[in-house]
Design a protein around this ligand. Structure first.
Ligand code: AMP
Length: 351
């Protein structure tokens, strides 16, 4: 396992700081924000995507490290190159997916923004449940066996990309039919209550330097084909909904609900400090559904920057109430690193 001490030793040898990540997910926002804060940037990129990243002059990385496959990030030569460049890696959803939370903890000997231990807590459903429970946040009911199903449920599979094979069932028969059709027979699954309401994906940033949990922005994921189905409600019965994220939609929340959203963020930070000290730092998102009783039910937590923040490169209706300048989550990460450098506190926010 790569320890905090190992990373501190590397950080102590750094002569400057370069903000680095894999060219995918939120990379444009991360590089743009880093440039705004005056950092050099480095993109780990597949050759065929380099031209795309170069086409955005305000967001293209200063340096490219080309790889054929993102798993090469774990190769000794690439890790060494990153350390020579004084890289601090910003983990985003694609980074965690391509490299793997366990590999990051065991094999990735390059400083990363945030607490890398947290990535294990978000990618393991049991741990994620413990965390949200400890934060006092309601989660959808989970049914232990198919015969327990007494309402509409969503059947989820581990590691399913963007909800690809998820299906809905109203009873045990529909469950068995769904398992057959999904091709996931014999594998692991989770039967979760399907919560009807409006989805909100609030984006937070916790800074141990200021002690504040900032509510920076919020989005709704645009999912195919479920979000297309509302256009053909008369034939919906004959269609199988899927939940593949294809985009993000900006949204604001009814103002009287915002205190609840803020409290959820603070509770998640506090419980993380108890469960895996020193706890989470940096960006995170709680994936919620707000019911018509105005209760938030959380079905997931992403303990890193989420793609919905790409909507707000120039700030959101909420970040504008916190900062006088356009503050994206990407820029907020670089601002935090800058503040920590000035205060000699880098090792508190980088592991
Ligand atoms: P997930 O992979 O858990 O992020 O789920 C993918 C998508 O499925 C979400 O963005 C929601 O649209 C939907 N979803 C997940 N869990 C639930 C649930 N318990 N009730 C209703 N919709 C859900």
């Amino acid at each position: 396992m790569i320890t905090r001490g190992d990373i501190k030793e590397i950080l102590d040898r750094y002569k400057s700081t370069t903000i680095a990540t894999i060219c995918s997910h939120t990379a444009l926002q991360i590089f743009h924000g880093a440039r705004e804060e005056g950092f050099k940037t480095l993109g780990i990129c597949k050759p065929e995507l380099r031209g795309f990243y170069e086409s955005f002059p305000l967001a293209k990385p200063d340096v490219f490290v080309e790889v054929e496959d993102y798993s090469e990030v774990l190769d000794d030569a690439i890790q060494k190159k990153l350390r020579i460049e004084n890289a601090v890696v910003i983990p985003h959803g694609s980074f965690v997916e391509y490299v793997g939370a366990e590999n990051i903890l065991e094999k990735f000997s390059v400083p990363m923004f945030g607490n890398r231990e947290v990535l294990e807590w978000e990618s393991d459903r049991k741990k994620e449940g413990r965390w949200l429970n400890a934060a006092g946040i309601r989660m959808p009911l989970v049914f232990k066996k198919p015969s327990d199903i007494d309402r509409l449920v969503m059947v989820k599979f581990p590691g399913a990309k963007g909800g690809k094979s998820y299906f809905l069932a109203r009873n045990e028969d529909e469950f068995h039919q769904g398992i057959e059709e999904s091709g996931m027979k014999g594998g692991e699954y989770m039967i979760q209550e399907y919560v009807i309401g409006t989805r909100f994906y609030p984006h937070y940033f916790y800074s141990p330097l200021t002690g504040n949990t900032e509510f920076l922005s919020v989005d709704v994921r645009y999912e195919s084909n479920i979000d297309g189905m509302v256009r053909v409600p008369h034939i919906m019965d004959n269609l199988d909904p899927t939940f593949v994220v294809t985009g993000n939609i900006p949204v604001v929340v009814r103002e009287s609900l915002i205190p609840k959203i803020r409290d959820m963020g603070s509770s998640v930070v506090e419980s993380s400090e108890q469960l895996f000290p020193p706890g989470i730092n940096g960006p995170f998102c709680i994936e919620t559904i707000c019911t018509d009783n105005l209760e938030f039910v959380a079905f997931e937590i992403s303990a890193r920057i989420v793609a919905g923040t790409n909507l707000y490169i120039h700030g959101s209706p909420y970040s504008q109430l916190l900062y006088r300048e356009p503050m994206s989550t990407g820029r907020r990460i670089s601002r935090e690193i800058k503040m920590a450098m000035e205060g000699g506190l880098l090792e508190r926010i980088i592991y």
